[in-house]
Write a protein that binds this ligand. Structure first.
Ligand code: GLP
Length: 251
């Protein structure tokens, strides 16, 4: 596991955008795993700018989003499908047939989850997965207690996650209690993983994920087992990482 600590959230976002841009330059037909949430907004802004300046092409790329709320149609402003259109897909030259997001409106979410899992496998797996981290260290919507070998599936959201994400919903809008998420096992099969976490409210989740021990209570700690995971943090999010851990990684 690598840890990169930047002075600011803006610098951390730029560093993660750079990883994505280098991946596309190195392999234009890359399969990318993409997150949503407030944290990656700066990454997508950097990528949009690079595309505008002719420094990034998604013409041959395929993307798989991590998760989607059950019960929200793609047109709903709080859906992750809407988020991705607004923040990335509408602004770059991606073929929308190759920009995959689980359907939150599937009649049977378990069948949709199995279809999604099979689609990822049919594309030969994911080259680069970008991840955010929930305040309770969830990755995708894998809440504490998720098995480290879990696959794409329907999950219930914890009250703390529902509360943390309430701000993304219009006042009075119905907020879903379930989602379809890639599993932790699915995520661990991605060839390279980059986690972006910024701000003090993520410091405990980062520390529990990075310091270990690895446990199902801390979904982010599953990444300890992955051979090519990098945490990109700002100083606030890095605050509780053990000094020994940083020295060990610097050695
Ligand atoms: C949601 C998403 C996660 C994301 C998390 C953190 O729960 N399913 O993939 O990492 O929110 O969001 P934020 O970046 O807004 O703190």
């Amino acid at each position: 596991m690598n840890i990169i600590i930047k002075d600011s959230a803006a610098d951390a976002s730029a560093a993660v955008a750079d990883v994505l841009l280098r991946q596309l330059a190195h392999k234009p037909g890359s399969v990318l795993g993409l997150p949503t949430g407030g944290t990656p907004l700066g990454v997508y802004a950097n990528v949009r700018q690079a595309h505008e300046q002719g420094r990034a092409s998604f013409a041959s790329a395929t993307t798989f989003n991590l998760d989607e709320y059950i019960g929200l149609p793609a047109e709903d402003p709080a859906s992750y499908a809407h988020y991705m259109r607004e923040n990335l897909f509408a602004h770059v030259n991606i073929d929308l047939d190759r920009a995959h997001i689980p359907s939150g409106m599937a009649e049977d979410p378990s069948i949709e989850a199995a279809r999604y899992e099979a689609l990822i496998a049919a594309h030969g797996g994911i080259d680069l997965m970008l991840l955010g981290l929930g305040r309770n260290a969830h990755i995708g919507f894998n809440e504490p207690g998720s098995a480290h070998d879990s696959r794409t599936r329907r999950v219930s959201l914890t009250p703390s996650t529902i509360e943390a994400n309430a701000g993304y919903f219009e006042p009075g809008a119905r907020q879903p209690s379930h989602a379809i998420t890639m599993g932790i096992g699915t995520i661990l099969e991605c060839r390279k993983i980059v986690v972006l976490a910024t701000g003090l409210e993520k410091a405990e989740a980062v520390a529990a994920s990075v310091n270990g021990p690895s446990s199902e209570d801390v979904p982010g700690s599953a990444l300890i087992w992955h051979p090519d995971t990098t945490f990109v943090l700002d100083r606030a999010a890095a605050r509780h990482i053990e000094r020994a851990k940083i020295r060990e990684l610097e050695a």
